[in-house]
Design a protein around this ligand. Sequence first.
Ligand code: 5GP
Ligand code: ZN
Length: 115
Amino acid sequence: MSVDCLFCRIVAGDIPADVVARDDLVLAFRDVNPQAPTHILVIPREHLASAADLAEHHGDLLAAMFAMANRAAAGDGRAESGYRLVLNVGPDAGQSVDHLHLHVLGGRRLAWPPG
Ligand code: 5GP
Ligand code: ZN
């Protein structure tokens, strides 16, 4: 845990969040500034700055993140209509919080390519 990290502080319960699900590896909560009717962030409890820090030994964590993302999307009723899973990595991708987070976006038609 990093005391300077916003999402570590959410994991610790120091900052409130609208948590939709949690397990021993990951936490899922609603984005404070949603870009779609469903906008959930799935994060590891462990601090990793971005997807660029993922390596072969993170297999279990990655599986937990994606399984949680799928459950969160289904929980919002997006299983049939579809949804988008996004990992922004670094400045050009617009990453603004340096704690790995998987965006789950759904509930409207999403444009492609992204801006
Ligand atoms: P990024 O731009 O790094 O890929 O995504 C960061 C996301 O975190 C943004 O969508 C932003 O709205 C969200 N966010 C930033 N601060 C908070 C917060 O304090 N609580 C919640 N729930 N989401 C946050
Ligand atoms: Zn962190």
